[in-house]
Design a protein. Structure first.
Length: 343
């Protein structure tokens, strides 16, 4: 029943954004947040990276399934600062939030396969949401161009929490369950991995709003949060929150003295969410190859990597299309072990 209701709501959410999504359709881009920084210094196109004849044919639409001003939106706009000069055409970000960012991915699937529409895809939209939503697409419905950044996660507590480290939290759960907030289906999957690996008795509490989760954590209404670096790092830097453990493969740069759960010996208690780019299945292989080369070039640029961290605190990386697709497939299979196979 829950799944059917979610599917109905998702279908309603997608109905308006997906109307007329052919190449002739016009979407109104969300204005970029004010940015007073200097323009990005871009690296010249590598020799041998040549655009296919006739491409691109005007501005390129970048579909982002998150609200303007959020971490993913700012990451996409930062990437576009570097990619646009290489392509030679403006890149117009269109924010289409809804369905846990799957509305934008569904519109990408139904866009004309001409390389004029590129979409932001993540572990959540490609690998985890299929287990909670009745989606019209699968991993195989796209050509993947690569990935350029990653969200990393951590368990966090208020500065005055009695839990000084993860061992304190683990010990407390032996007496009674401890509540921990989360804000997405990917967080839920990670929480289940943490519980399985550490045997901590954690009572997960879903929040639909990250700001509400942070407010309740700071206010002492919930003792622990499972949060991402883009949303929580400023509170760690200011001293309002403390990191008990990183729940990704790397330590948080704002809490470098705090180890990861994997470093503590809890194998499998780690996950990151990757920011990938894709175009619809059936796009000309020459266009896919050209865009993939440019995406990898920007993602590998140290100037871009520094800029991405400055703006979002996200981890930078450079994955090819084949590499990010393999990660999506791997996590999809892992999710099946947790949630059970999709009917």
């Amino acid at each position: 029943m829950k799944k059917s209701l979610i599917a109905i709501l998702l279908a309603l959410a997608m109905a308006l954004p997906m109307t007329g999504c052919s190449s002739s359709a016009k979407s109104t881009p969300t204005p970029a947040p004010a940015d007073t920084s200097a323009p990005a210094d871009t690296t010249p196109v590598d020799e041998g990276t040549t655009a296919p004849e006739g491409y691109p044919d005007g501005p390129i639409s970048m579909l982002v399934g998150y609200t303007a001003g959020g971490g993913s939106d700012l990451a996409m706009r930062t990437f576009d600062e570097f990619l646009s000069p290489l392509i030679g055409e403006p890149l117009t970000v269109s924010n289409l939030p809804g369905g846990g960012a799957t509305v934008a991915v569904a519109q990408l699937q139904n866009s004309k396969a001409d390389g004029q529409t590129i979409g932001l895809v993540t572990l959540s939209t490609q690998s985890v949401s299929p287990y909670s939503l009745d989606l019209p697409y699968t991993i195989e419905d796209f050509e993947y161009l690569g990935a350029f950044g990653a969200y990393t996660y951590a368990l966090l507590v208020p500065a005055d929490s009695p839990y000084q480290d993860f061992d304190d939290l683990l010990e407390a759960t032996k007496s009674a369950p401890v509540q921990v907030s989360y804000t997405s289906n990917l967080h839920e999957m990670l929480a289940r991995k943490i519980i399985a690996a550490t045997e901590a008795d954690l009572d997960t509490v879903y929040y639909s709003s990250t700001s509400d989760a942070i407010t309740d954590l700071l206010g002492g209404f919930i003792p622990v949060a499972l949060g991402d670096i883009a949303s929580y790092s400023s509170y760690v830097t200011s001293g309002q929150l403390r990191v008990l453990a990183s729940c990704s493969d790397d330590r948080w740069p704002v809490a470098e003295d705090v180890p990861t759960l994997v470093e503590m010996g809890y194998e499998g208690a780690a996950m990151s969410s990757y920011l990938g780019l894709a175009v619809p299945k059936g796009t000309d292989p020459a266009i896919v190859s050209y865009l993939s080369d440019l995406v990898y070039q920007v993602a590998s640029d140290p100037t871009f990597q520094d800029r991405l961290f400055e703006v979002t605190k996200l981890q930078s990386l450079a994955y090819t299309g084949e590499e990010i697709k393999a990660i999506f497939e791997q996590v999809y299979d892992e999710a099946a072990e947790i949630y059970g196979p999709i009917d």
